[in-house]
Ligand binder design. Sequence first.
Ligand SMILES: C[S@@+](CC[C@H](N)C(=O)[O-])C[C@H]1O[C@@H](n2cnc3c(N)ncnc32)[C@H](O)[C@@H]1O
Length: 315
Amino acid sequence: MLLNDPVRMNAYRSAIQRTVHAGNVVLDVGSGSGILALFACQAGAARVYCVELGPIIEVARQLAAVNGFGDRIRFLREDALRVELPEKVDVIQSELIGKSALGEAMSEILDHCRDRFLKTDGRMLPGEVTLRIAPVESSAAWAKSRLPDPSAYDLNFAPMQHLSDNLTTSQFIPSDSLLASGQIAYSYRAIGADNRDVFDALLEFRPSRSGVLHGFVAWFSAELAEGVTLTNAPPGISSWDHNFFPLPTPVPVESKSSIQLRLSARSDTKFAEAWNWRTVVEQDQAKIAQFEQSSFRGSLNLQEQVRKTLRAKRS
Ligand SMILES: C[S@@+](CC[C@H](N)C(=O)[O-])C[C@H]1O[C@@H](n2cnc3c(N)ncnc32)[C@H](O)[C@@H]1O
């Protein structure tokens, strides 16, 4: 439960105390239970607008009342991409951070709110979110992403092989399984940037030791305020595990190997989360492995959704 993760809660509370000043007007985007709005009131906010799509907003209203902040928080059950506010705000705060930064249409929603509602000298929390990815040696993580051994049930799973080869899995990856430091594949900057929930990054890793490459792990780092960073870097924290990107076949690597990864992704309100990862491993300048994988190929639901959208566009 998000409220029961002290790492997340303390980081947000401390960042809000540094960012929200007495008398400020605050917009809380995707407010859920309204916990960040309560923190903003504790920090001295004069008014907080809580915008939330879901029915949890009724519970948030009750929480505000029993904590004595009912008169300072306005609750709007609306889409943040459509909501209207009666005034501009000093601070926009949110927690729309996916386990690998993408996944909750953060850029699309927050750029929209910033451009519509933030005062020219206003502040945003988080200020920056990055996605890092690193090569991983973990036979345990890799085994969890595979189909069962046919001999275990005396069944043949071959028709599902292409699905399992192209699925990312949610797992906690231990820090000692990283074969190299993480590199930045995507960045969101709240102020002064046009952000998109899409990217295409080309990275090269040199392993820090010999081992077996089983796949990659991605995580986020969010700068909530100056000096306050929240991250699910391996081994992760209770609110966020990791996306593990498996290879179809493990590849032995050495410190002089070159692991080249082209990672691209898209996840906004028009398109469900989709990842592509293309891996090339070279040893002594000779290619020893190459794979091209895509969560689009691994998700029949996503394929059907795209077919429906294309059909609707044509008719
Ligand atoms: C991860 S929860 C965070 C809740 C709360 N801010 C917290 O920190 O505990 C994200 C919330 O954003 C809401 N949300 C997502 N997209 C939204 C949108 N376009 N407009 C309003 N709310 C949205 C979801 O319904 C969900 O309650």
